[in-house]
Design a protein around this ligand. Structure first.
Ligand SMILES: Nc1ncnc2c1ncn2[C@@H]1O[C@H](COP(=O)(O)OP(=O)(O)OP(=O)(O)O)[C@@H](O)[C@H]1O
Ligand SMILES: [Mg+2]
Length: 278
């Protein structure tokens, strides 16, 4: 059944499990005027009796850049899997704005609805140019040939130029993506996500395998995205986290151990014991 058909007709529905409302244009109508853009409450996920997430409660504000850190197995990737609909929790609530119950939507609907996710391994089309990759990401019809030959509006061309600037690949726009460095491929993939203009962007370990210079550029890129998008970054590289950190959340054994500025986190004895002291 189509997303629209599954939705209640009452546009005044407030936050209740199982309720999602679309506006007349079919876009997900995000109401973030009284609350966070993303809200998880009491979320638990178990795998064979092991609790990967354990009563996790977390909220993300509109436009914020949030770093999530924590030891291996803390549940960071699982949290992203839950937000993007890849994994369904055993219990808890996950809301996008006030009204949109993400647990009612498919992975595809969540991605279309404005939550973009960058996986660790870049998945760019190597035989296409940088620009073609961005065009493809923008197209609603994902057939490669249909999108390569559709005519871009001037607005779409402007958006491509803007994203090329942001990801610093303007001068390489005609180069095939296969010839890019590892770091440049990662930026291109972020650029592809940006073509969909997501409200929320999830990035899991973005600087793994990058050179020092690429890592610094990635920090600048993510900082420049905050404000216009809410960005959630999971990363183990503490120097990198420090360079972009605003509010930091420490996950441990599937729940929030601590939250605060980088200085507060680093001074927190519980955090030092389970993570930073390693
Ligand atoms: N599909 C799965 N089946 C079984 N166990 C899983 C599955 N996915 C995750 N887990 C387990 O859940 C726990 C949390 O894993 P998760 O990948 O979320 O941790 P993480 O915080 O991302 O760790 P890392 O920093 O190593 O990436 C781990 O013990 C992991 O082995
Ligand atoms: Mg992980």
């Amino acid at each position: 059944m189509k997303l629209l058909d599954r939705l209640p007709k009452n546009p005044w529905a407030t936050r209740q499990p199982g309720r999602t409302v679309l506006d007349t244009a079919g876009a997900l109508p995000l109401d973030t005027s009284h609350g966070p853009v993303l809200y998880l409450e009491g979320v638990s996920v178990s795998f064979d009796g092991f609790k990967a997430l354990n009563d996790l409660t977390l909220d993300i504000d509109e436009g914020e850049l949030r770093c999530i850190i924590g030891p291996n197995g803390a549940g960071k990737t699982t949290m992203m899997d839950v937000i993007t609909g890849k994994t369904r929790p055993d219990s808890g609530q996950v809301f996008f704005g006030q009204l949109i119950d993400l647990l009612q939507l498919s992975e595809h609907e969540i991605a279309q609805g404005g939550i973009g996710r960058k996986f660790q391994k870049p998945t760019v089309f190597e035989m296409l140019t940088v620009t073609e990759n961005l065009e493809l990401a923008m197209a609603s019809d994902k057939s490669v040939w249909a999108s390569l030959f559709f005519k871009l509006s001037s607005e779409q061309r402007d958006r491509i130029d803007e994203v090329l600037e942001l990801i610093r690949l303007s001068s390489l726009r005609q180069q095939s993506a296969g010839a890019l460095s590892h770091g440049q491929k990662q930026w291109l993939e972020i650029g592809m996500l940006l073509m969909q203009n997501p409200r929320v962007l999830l990035v899991d370990e973005p600087v793994a395998g990058m050179t020092h210079e690429e890592t610094e550029r990635t920090a600048e890129l993510l900082l420049s995205l905050a404000g216009r998008h809410s960005v959630i970054v999971v990363e183990h590289d503490m120097a990198f986290v420090r360079s972009i950190a605003r509010k930091v959340t420490v996950l441990h054994q599937g729940s929030v151990l601590a939250e605060g500025s980088m200085d507060e986190i680093q001074a927190n004895p519980k955090v030092v014991e389970v993570y930073l002291g390693e």
